[in-house]
Design a protein around this ligand. Structure first.
Ligand code: MN
Length: 252
């Protein structure tokens, strides 16, 4: 199983969640929301080769944490994954739009200069704006749009521009989300939870709740449970192999 976007550091007891992920042999992309959170979040995953820690600066924090961009640049050579980054066009974050754009463009340019990264991207109410920036920074790496919630037309544009998608429980719960999942090429889909920010049956979602998403994909793709898991594993492998000219310091 693969949880390609969750915030391990924001669980009440990250060590226990990580221990259970290891027992269940889960592959986890542990995203961060600020560069200053990366070092301690990465430390949580030491000894767990299936857990990788992405370097992020969340759009909702762009204004408060723009001063951490130099730290982002300093840490970037150590990572293969960047996230959570992106743009959020929701009314409550409009007042910091300029900061969001400045941060996101800086990050994409830095990723391109570093040889490309795998990037977990937030695009709520800002899909065209995100796609524009990706277009301007073609060598930034591979974009994985996490929890895609835009229009069907914009989804077609995202697919045409080579984006990947990580699909979580909330998408499966909504009719629109299910329709979007159906449009996504099965070869460019990964599973995620976005835990602890999502819930399952009233409880905080945990990384292994991706099994719920897998069951849904099984139906959409008309595959057996084994073939669905095989497709998702192959997708992860393809993403890792194909994406990057790594000039990365660590073993990530
Ligand atoms: Mn998130």
């Amino acid at each position: 199983m693969i949880d390609f976007h969750c915030h391990l550091d924001l669980y009440r007891d990250p060590e226990s969640v990580i221990r259970q992920c290891a027992e269940k042999r889960l592959y986890v992309l542990s995203v961060t929301t600020t560069p200053s959170a990366w070092t301690r979040t990465n430390a949580l995953a030491v000894g767990h080769p299936r857990i990788r820690t992405a370097l992020g600066l969340h759009p909702e924090l762009a204004r408060e944490r723009i001063s951490e961009l130099p730290l982002f640049d300093e840490l970037l050579p150590k990572v293969r994954y960047v996230g959570e980054v992106g743009l959020d066009g929701s009314p409550e974050f409009r007042d910091r739009w300029k900061h969001q754009v400045q941060v996101f463009e800086h990050i994409l340019a830095a990723c391109a200069a570093a040889g490309g990264r795998i990037i977990s991207i937030h695009s709520r109410r800002a899909v065209p704006e995100v796609l524009d920036r990706l277009q301007q920074h073609k060598h930034a790496g591979v974009a994985v749009l996490h929890w895609y919630s835009g229009t069907k037309r914009d989804l077609e544009l995202a697919i045409d521009s080579g984006c990947w998608f990580s699909v979580g429980p909330a998408m499966v719960f909504s009719k629109k989300g299910r329709e979007l999942i159906q449009m996504m090429p099965p070869t460019r889909v990964l599973t995620e939870t976005d835990g602890p920010f999502t819930s399952m049956n009233g409880e905080t979602a945990l990384p292994w709740d991706v099994s719920f998403v897998e069951s849904h994909l099984m139906t959409v793709w008309d595959k057996s449970p084994q073939d669905t898991q095989a497709q998702l594993s192959l997708n992860l492998e393809t993403l890792l192999k194909g994406s990057i000219r790594p000039n990365i310091e660590s073993s990530q």
